[in-house]
Design a protein around this ligand. Structure first.
Ligand code: FAD
Length: 359
């Protein structure tokens, strides 16, 4: 192409917790937002994926939203019953403004290619050329639905956690909730209060009666870190920590909403069928089956191993081993608000050092 690209040392792609943390630390290291680095974000407004989360997800029902570096959430959180989709974007907007991070949005990156000395970043807001990138595009745009035979023949409604708005729309319908994570339980809780539900999971869910054990959390993160350092696809950090038994879960048990069935083997036009031939008619299949990393725009860089994973290196495993100019934050072991914070710091330090951008 002959179109001129805007040249900068570093481009950060994505302005969720991970991208904002990286931007904050780049600035702390003496880089000038807009001149030495630019943050591009596909969303129209601040807030990362939080702005898209269902309205019944409140600050009481989230696990915990960790503060961004340098400015606390406290003043913006308000009441615990406040929607996460309102409070977090409010906080992020104030944060960007306070630190003058100059996020360019909406700006969606479609492709990143290797141009030798530089990386070429194509977006719907023009072309950019950088010596290094910090990718912080999260997982929200990459919902995962496992393949099952007959899925396309289903005559009812299929949707993913990402599409959930509120339980009301399911009134009078039989809803099959698939998945054993925290989102599955929360949505099952809400929907089972207004209509008939059936719950299926691949493996029996592991409930945790004891309060959250920090050591177990650390081990879970370490396990995911070990996987990405070995070039394997990451696993969800929460999949290892178990499901906390909250008062909501106790109430669900009491009203019989937690009677879990194993996974079906086939989808039929009117429902599902198990291996032993048992059938169940349902109107809705709600796939609470998680997300994958939104990295399609990096495909031309050929970062993936044959296993499908990306071999990561660096202090907190944010640096891509095959191309040290590329850092992935909010990926694998850093896919949590606290992990994203730490990853942003490590990536900013290591990338600026690698590119010789620091005095
Ligand atoms: P995101 O917040 O997803 O931000 C990514 C940004 O990148 C978005 O703004 C998006 O517009 C932008 N983007 C994407 N693609 C492109 C592109 N091609 N070009 C330009 N921009 C792009 N973690 C916790 O610690 N506590 C919790 O309680 C918790 N609850 C959760 C509940 C749910 C339902 C889910 C799905 C996750 C939860 N997590 C929680 C995980 C946590 O939200 C994330 O790990 C964390 O917020 C880090 O986000 P991020 O910055 O990686 O991504």
């Amino acid at each position: 192409s002959v179109r001129p690209a805007l040249k900068l040392p570093i481009v950060v792609i994505g302005a969720g917790q991970a991208g904002l943390s990286a931007a904050y630390h780049l600035k702390q290291l003496g880089l000038d937002p807009g001149r030495d680095f630019l943050v591009l974000d596909a969303d129209a407004h601040p807030g990362g994926a939080w702005q898209h989360r269902w309205s019944s997800l409140t600050l009481t029902t989230v696990n915990r939203v960790h503060d961004l570096p340098g400015m606390g959430f406290g003043d913006f959180a308000g009441d615990e019953s406040v929607r996460a989709s309102v409070a977090v974007p409010h906080y992020f907007a104030a944060y960007e403004e306070h630190f003058g991070l100059n996020v360019l949005r909406p700006a969606r990156v479609s492709v990143v290619c290797d141009r030798g000395e530089r990386l070429r970043i194509e977006s719907d807001r023009g072309l950019f050329s950088a010596r290094g990138i910090i990718n912080a595009t999260g997982t929200w745009e990459k919902p995962y639905i496992p393949p099952y035979p007959g899925a396309e023949s289903f005559g009812g409604i299929q949707l993913h956690t990402k599409d959930y708005v509120s339980a009301d729309i399911f009134g009078g319908k039989h809803v099959l909730v698939v998945g054993g994570g925290i989102s599955a339980i929360q949505l099952l809780d809400e929907i089972s209060q207004v209509t008939r539900t059936t719950w299926v999971t691949r493996t029996p869910p592991r409930f945790r009666e004891a309060p959250f054990d920090q050591e177990a959390g650390r081990q879970a993160v370490a396990m995911v870190e070990e996987r990405v350092r070995a070039g394997l696809p990451p696993r969800a950090v929460v999949s290892v920590t178990g499901l906390p038994v909250t008062p909501a879960i106790v109430a669900m048990r009491e009203r019989g909403a937690l009677n879990r069935l194993p996974m079906f083997s086939e989808i039929l036009p009117a429902g599902v069928r198990w291996e032993d031939g048992t059938r169940l008619d349902v109107d809705v299949i709600l796939w609470c089956t998680g997300f994958q990393s939104a990295l399609d725009h990096l495909a031309p860089l050929q970062l993936r191993e044959p296993s499908g994973g990306i071999t990561m290196t660096g202090r907190l495993a944010t640096q891509v081993a095959k191309d040290p100019r590329v850092h992935l934050v909010g990926y694998g072991p850093s896919a949590s608000t606290i992990g994203a914070n730490r990853a942003g710091s490590a990536a900013a330090r290591e990338l600026t050092a690698f590119l010789g951008l620091r005095p």
